[in-house]
Ligand binder design. Structure first.
Ligand code: 2AM
Length: 222
């Protein structure tokens, strides 16, 4: 096997610097802690438990998945479609190892995942694979018509048995509903910003002040 194929990583992405990881985890934990005490959330608890009487502790419900990052391209060591092309892109080579600031603009929760929406800058979009949204269209059909970069997120936790890849799909689903004109139901003004319910256990908290998260563009091999 040629060396260049061997050296393609599991995935590329922006890895949050450790100080900001702590801050993001705390913000997410505080949000979950508050969310499951809200009457509005309790009203829809069945989305998470399948039973009306049961309570849910969201802090326990989600498991953290390693160090926080925003995946740009999942390469699967070169086996994923477009992996080699991505790894060879001039922008990927030029920006490899550089630090930039990710803007986390919303937190979202579904019965499957909890994550943060990332709003990419023009420069960061140079590292975004153009087909990331279209690739998701077999699962979230409306995703193909969302702006490039819509899938960008940081996975903060997954329910038992759920793979992190689900987080981006959950985000696309919420954004697709918004694009279709569904306003959702704004149930509460939280300290961090307005909280909106989109049905089927989908919650979106738009951050009044986005979290600025310095992150290093790099890759992981496992
Ligand atoms: P995530 O980006 O939602 O967290 C390693 O598995 C990383 O690659 C995880 O962070 C994961 O999800 C992401 N990932 C795994 N499979 C993927 C896929 N098929 N498409 C996009 N991202 C994927």
């Amino acid at each position: 096997v040629p060396l260049e194929e061997v050296s393609i990583p599991l995935f590329f992405g922006w890895f949050l610097l450790s100080t900001v990881q702590e801050k993001v985890r705390c913000t997410s934990m505080d949000f979950l802690k508050t969310l499951d005490t809200l009457e509005a959330f309790k009203k829809h608890m069945i989305d998470f438990t399948g039973k009306t009487e049961k309570e849910v502790d969201l802090e326990q419900y989600f498991e953290a998945k390693g160090s926080l990052h925003c995946t740009t391209k999942f390469c699967n060591y070169g086996k994923a479609e477009g992996a080699k092309e991505y790894a060879m892109k001039p922008a990927v080579r030029d920006f490899y190892g550089s630090t930039s600031e990710l803007s986390l603009t919303a937190l979202f929760v579904t019965p499957r995942t909890v994550g943060a929406q990332v709003s990419l800058t023009e420069e960061q979009l140079l590292l975004w694979p153009g087909d990331a949204e279209k690739e998701a269209a077999s699962i979230v059909p409306a995703a193909a018509s969302l702006p490039v970069g819509s899938r960008a997120h940081v996975t903060l936790g997954c329910a038992q048995g759920v793979e992190p890849m689900q987080t981006g799909l959950d985000l696309l689903e919420i954004l697709a509903l918004k694009q279709e004109g569904q306003q959702g139901e704004t149930v509460e003004e939280m300290e961090l910003g307005p909280l909106t319910y989109f049905g089927e256990g989908r919650w979106l908290l738009c951050l009044r002040e986005p979290i600025c998260a310095p992150a290093c563009f790099s890759s992981r091999y496992k």
